[in-house]
Design a protein around this ligand. Sequence first.
Ligand code: HEM
Length: 421
Amino acid sequence: MGVSGWLAERLALPKFRSKYLGKPFPVHSTFFLGEIALFSFVVLVGTGLYLALFYEPSAAAAGGGGGGALPAAYASVLAIDSNPFGALIRRIHHWAAHLMIAAVILHLLRVYFTASYRRPREVNWLLGLVLLGATIGASFAGYLLPYDQFSVTATAIGYGILRSMPWVGATVADFAFAGQFPSAATVPRFFAYHVVWAPLALSALIALHMVILLKQKHTELPARGERPDPAEGRWIHGIPLWPEQAALMGVLFLILVAMLALLAAFLPVHPSAYFGPPSPATPDVKPDWYLLWVYGALRLIPGTLHFRFLGATIGSEAIGAMLVPGLLALVILLVPWLDRAPSSEYYAERAAAGPRRLALGLAVLTLFLALSLAGFGAELGLSVPVLWVITVAAPIAAAWGTHLVVGRRRAETVEMKAPGR
Ligand code: HEM
């Protein structure tokens, strides 16, 4: 018996191979979105490990110098940027973060529009939302690390929002930011969140997400026009995990790394040298694209608006950046329980097969876009009342238009099918 035979016998490899490596994977291009999120995370960890060798998590003056010495964190980022390889890795890290957030959001949309959140996949839907929050949280913690004028101002906005939380805002914000921001203790605290807490939490949650996926198996999209009977069992039309699916994933990973390297080679990121070190001046900062809608909601709500509730004053900041996002998050969280249509455990649905789901989904998506547009209201010369009209009318128009178009198409399909019955 050779070494491989000896190992196979000791580790029961043939059983493992037939149980796990032969698992069939349905093939559909949108199923790659979750994998893209996963691979972006791997790239983030790899590039982050390199950056951590040179980054200094301290707001103290570099080299202990006084006078005009720069904060150590800021100076270390300038040093990373001044080295061509360091700059390339920093840019890949930055683009991978954007790609991961975009992939997670698109993956969520795929799961929603194909109704893949239905029983028994509610747990993975909830876990997915926690993953989305953790991904955005990790990104927010990373935002402060260059410790330049822009990132300090942006983080201060986040601090203000957390402080506006009724009853416990000041305690929670001061604990999370290790003191009243800006405080010297915030940089090492956020560094710990960014390089220890967030990667550990994301790794554990992603692993759980995958274990549940393996246990429940992937949903499968029915052929166009086919409506599987919910009570029916199924055959999985797919390819085995080993070697076909693994080879596909390998190719996808290499394409992703190549694309990020190309982006990094040609498109610079967050120019810390241009923003300069922190100073008392407050530049006009906007959040990244995925949080622009919160900024837009804040602009739509008059700064003087407030009400009292159980002894606490709830101001415009808490309404725009906590209450509105909180309510939207609650609706999204409850999606699996709001959709009560009978469904198959095995099959997903094509988006057009559920006109109401499609219309509501597009309405919420349009609401996010309209709120993001409100974030650019001043630059576009749009007044607050006009932005309010857009924010209310655009989602209604999107829902109504979708229902009209998809409803009519479905009616036509049924009519076309009728004579052959
Ligand atoms: C870091 C974030 C995430 C990662 C790395 C991730 C990864 C994955 C992967 C690789 C799959 C299998 C392939 C696929 O369907 O694309 C999957 C399936 C799934 N994910 Fe995620 N996911 C994340 C976030 C989310 C979010 C935000 C949601 C929804 C709120 C979600 C809900 C689901 C569900 C319900 C499935 C099963 C889909 C089915 O069987 O068709 N995931 N995830």
